[in-house]
Design a protein around this ligand. Structure first.
Ligand SMILES: Cc1cc2nc3c(=O)[nH]c(=O)nc-3n(C[C@H](O)[C@H](O)[C@H](O)COP(=O)(O)O)c2cc1C
Length: 319
């Protein structure tokens, strides 16, 4: 297997702290895409907004930064700052399905407007970096992508990452592999597959069907089962996987404790991780409810210690 595995951007979870800590325990991703930075008016950018992408905070995995926005001039300002930090590829988010974003004609909300997308690409084309696009197959309708691919083909894009659902679908239903296959036929750029790779079996199914893809982007599946990439690459797992999970958990807890302001932020962040990670354990629904109810750090620590010492690790099993 040679096409690289890319950690998907999951805003609120896969920040620089997560990426660095995750990669030190689970070293099988080849690269990561960072969650989006939003464009904004004006030319002044607060340095804090770029902290997540500073090279010193991203040492373990090559990272592609991502920008969400519809104004090409604002995109250029932010992209240039990222280029100044040393990034050579910038990703444009055309996939975000959330109404708060899409209703403002950003993310997947731009997909029904091919002429706006073309004008945008025309304008940002001058940037001294490669541009890649992460997209859904449409906002409302899966045929929208077939109006867009000829436009993408006119620009020297580095890659197109396709999650074969519409924006309106959010995460419902199955990924549309037939439409993805048609996209491969119509796109002249390298195409990365993204969507629902939750176990090595599904990976093998798509890998067999789409041998020409340029990479595989994996999000929720790897958050639920951090050993997923090792399983895909057929690497040996530790003899005590739960001990590795616990060590990862404890380290990221400490890192967030230093970084975040107060226990409620810390608990909020850790509960976000458990929303996915609980799926690795037997009885995950019950477990998750207990974690979500936890109101203080002492109880949280007791509970997680109990999970790591007693719960059965069961990725992909019954919840
Ligand atoms: C909570 C959440 C936050 C996300 N944030 C981003 C983001 O910042 N940028 C982006 O391109 N996609 C984002 N995504 C989409 C994922 O990158 C990915 O495309 C999607 O989860 C499908 O892949 P998966 O089935 O492997 O998780 C997000 C998804 C979720 C569930």
């Amino acid at each position: 297997m040679s096409a690289p595995l890319c950690l998907a951007p999951i805003r609120g979870i896969t920040d620089a702290t997560f990426r660095e800590t995750f990669a030190s325990y689970f070293p099988d991703f080849d690269l990561a895409m960072a969650p989006f930075l939003t464009t904004y008016q004006g030319n002044r950018v607060k340095p804090a907004r770029l902290k997540e992408l500073l090279p010193e905070n991203n040492q373990r995995l090559p990272v592609i930064p991502q920008i969400l926005g519809k104004d090409p001039d604002h995109f250029i300002v932010l992209a240039q700052l990222l280029i100044d930090l040393g990034y050579t590829t910038i990703n444009w988010n055309l996939g975000c399905p959330y109404p708060m974003v899409a209703n403002k004609m950003r993310g997947s909300g731009l997909l029904p407007y091919p002429e706006k997308i073309e004008a945008f690409l025309e304008k940002i084309h001058c940037l001294p970096a490669k541009i890649s696009i992460k997209t859904r197959i449409g906002r409302k309708d899966k045929e929208e992508i077939f109006e867009l691919l000829p436009i993408f083909n006119r620009f020297p894009l580095a890659e197109v990452i396709i999650h074969p659902r519409t924006g309106l679908q959010m995460y419902d239903g199955r990924v549309d592999l037939d439409t993805f296959e048609r996209c491969l036929d119509h796109c002249h750029h390298p195409v990365m597959y993204n969507g629902d790779i939750v176990d090595a079996d599904f990976f093998r199914t798509v890998a067999k069907r789409f041998p020409t893809v340029s990479g595989w982007m994996i999000g929720r599946g790897a958050l639920a089962n951090p050993f997923l990439c090792a399983q895909i690459k057929e690497r040996e797992l530790p003899t005590e996987p739960i001990a590795t999970l616990a060590a990862f958990h404890d380290e990221i807890f400490l890192r967030y404790q230093e970084l975040l302001n107060g226990p409620s932020h810390l608990l909020g962040r850790m509960k976000g991780l458990w929303f996915y990670l609980a799926h690795s354990f037997q009885g995950s629904n019950k477990l998750l409810k207990k974690i979500q109810k936890t109101k203080n750090i002492t109880r949280y620590k007791e509970l997680t210690r109990q999970i790591f010492s007693e719960a059965a690790w069961n990725p992909g099993g019954e919840s």
